[in-house]
Write a protein that binds this ligand. Structure first.
Ligand SMILES: NC(=O)c1ccc[n+]([C@@H]2O[C@H](COP(=O)([O-])OP(=O)(O)OC[C@H]3O[C@@H](n4cnc5c(N)ncnc54)[C@H](OP(=O)(O)O)[C@@H]3O)[C@@H](O)[C@H]2O)c1
Length: 287
């Protein structure tokens, strides 16, 4: 059976991938900064080898790919604010890993980019991710670039706003998307270990407008629906001010969310997890 190196196992998607790898019996090595983020039962799994390393520092991950057949990386900046830019992490940290993979004769490298990343190159996050994708394509390794739609973890914001009584949406709220659960996406990533696809674009099984997602959040929280639509001119002005007066570390995540929430984001439908059921599970964790 192939031996896998997973980078990003402490994140939302990475945790589902790690669980799926171990359930399927893959010998797995993971590089991470803090193993306390993993469940105890996972840490104790005999098929898992944990290497504590800083992927942003090339020397710290030296030899991490020894005896590895396939690398999977979900490493990227989403919400954490530890002073790095997208270029430091989404690009350079993944380059550090790619160099190790090449040096150690890894056969396949699976990388998680973003839906429409190649069409939204004006955004800092997409610039960094697609620069890495270009390096991966030129690496000589077999590769698979996965471009997923927004994750259920990002939809939690709708739930949190509904719970507070008001949901704020950009524009008319009529743009559509099909977000995907981490467990469904993990299955796509694991399948990519053995299939020969080099690019996969994927979203969840249900298509919603933003207004519909807000309505589901209100129904699950049992709050009276109250949606405020922020006009496009306000969004554009805010973005201009942020780009002018703040660094990319501040405006990067904001410009990304404002942009993808101001357009349709649709990808081939996959998976079984429903967003309503996901919101139901949040009842016990988000108060
Ligand atoms: N969230 C979405 O809706 C979405 C949609 C499409 C694509 N994506 C992409 O999918 C990937 C996974 O997303 P996710 O939601 O699972 O992200 P996440 O929960 O934020 O996890 C990110 C992973 O990257 C690691 N990481 C980040 N900065 C690091 C640094 N400076 N040094 C070392 N490790 C670092 C994190 O490690 P620590 O736990 O140590 O911080 C974590 O394991 C990302 O590349 C993201 O851009 C996300």
């Amino acid at each position: 059976m192939k031996k896998i190196l997973l980078a990003g196992s402490t994140g939302y998607l990475g945790r589902f991938i790690l669980e799926e790898l171990l359930n399927k019996g893959f010998e797995t090595r993971t590089i991470l900064r803090d193993e306390k983020k993993l469940p105890k039962s996972t840490i104790e799994n005999s098929n898992l080898e944990i290497v504590r390393a800083e992927i942003t520092k090339a020397q710290s991950i030296e030899n991490c790919c020894r005896d590895i057949d396939t690398v999977i990386s979900t490493v990227g900046i989403t919400k954490q604010k530890d002073g790095f830019t997208y270029m430091d992490v989404d690009y350079q940290a993944n380059i550090n890993l790619l160099e190790e993979a090449k040096r150690n004769g890894v056969k396949r490298f699976i990388y998680i980019s973003i839906l429409n990343g190649d069409k939204l190159m004006q955004l800092e996050i997409c610039k960094a991710k697609e620069k890495f994708v270009a390096a991966l394509k030129n690496s000589g390794l077999e590769y698979c670039v996965i471009r997923p739609n927004g994750y259920f973890s990002d939809m939690d914001e709708f739930y949190k706003m509904a719970q507070k009584g008001s949901v704020y949406l950009f524009g008319t709220g009529k743009h559509k998307m099909n977000p995907i659960h981490g467990a469904d996406l993990a299955k796509v990533c694991i399948a990519a270990i053995t299939n020969d696809k080099s690019e996969i674009t994927v979203g969840g099984p249900e298509i919603f407008t933003h207004n519909e997602i807000a309505a589901i959040a209100f129904s699950v929280t049992q709050k009276k629906p109250n949606i405020t639509h922020i006009p496009n001119w306000i969004t554009k002005t805010l973005l201009f001010l942020l780009r002018t007066f703040t660094s990319s570390k501040v405006y990067g995540p904001v410009e990304f969310f404002m942009t993808v929430l101001s357009m349709d984001m649709l990808a081939p439908e996959y998976g079984t997890h429903s967003l309503k059921e996901h919101f139901e599970t949040l009842k016990t964790t988000i108060h």
